[in-house]
Design a protein around this ligand. Sequence first.
Ligand SMILES: Cc1cc2nc3c(=O)[nH]c(=O)nc-3n(C[C@H](O)[C@H](O)[C@H](O)COP(=O)(O)OP(=O)(O)OC[C@H]3O[C@@H](n4cnc5c(N)ncnc54)[C@H](O)[C@@H]3O)c2cc1C
Length: 139
Amino acid sequence: MNWKQPKVYAVQHKSETVRAASRSGGIFTAVSDWILTQNGIVYGCVLDESFRAVHIRTECAEDRDRMRGSEYIQSELGDTYKNVRKDMTNGRIVLFNGTSCQVAGLKQYLGKEYENLLCVDIVCHGVPSPKVWEEYLHW
Ligand SMILES: Cc1cc2nc3c(=O)[nH]c(=O)nc-3n(C[C@H](O)[C@H](O)[C@H](O)COP(=O)(O)OP(=O)(O)OC[C@H]3O[C@@H](n4cnc5c(N)ncnc54)[C@H](O)[C@@H]3O)c2cc1C
């Protein structure tokens, strides 16, 4: 990282349909599309059938589309970090999307740089507690 002169790009997806389906400018779709064309794997957050925010692994655009949009709850990572390492060890290109602390956690877990790992962290002011969300659902 060049801290003295960081490179900053403001981008938006060319497709209005993609932008409308995304929370912000849709860069996630553009980057993950490229990863999928490279036979890569995408990890990101979805809201499951029980309304829990969870990280899932996918190799297809349909599941990737489910990752679009912001779930304002701390997501459950489960075995995600382990699976990311396994995929990379098997030579696959991996895209991990999450909050900056999830990305920092993954890098800490891996302990070294991998050429076949691309991390994208969302702009994030912090994640609301899953417990508050659970109580809201009960209510
Ligand atoms: C908890 C949270 C806090 C946020 N805080 C801010 C903020 O302070 N300022 C601001 O401008 N924007 C904030 N956002 C919005 C966020 O930056 C945009 O959703 C994102 O930039 C959208 O980019 P996109 O259009 O390319 O992504 P999309 O195509 O809409 O894809 C959404 C991406 O966000 C990831 N994601 C969604 N929910 C979660 C979650 N709970 N945990 C981890 N990853 C998740 C998905 O995996 C996917 O990669 C926040 C979003 C979340 C989920």
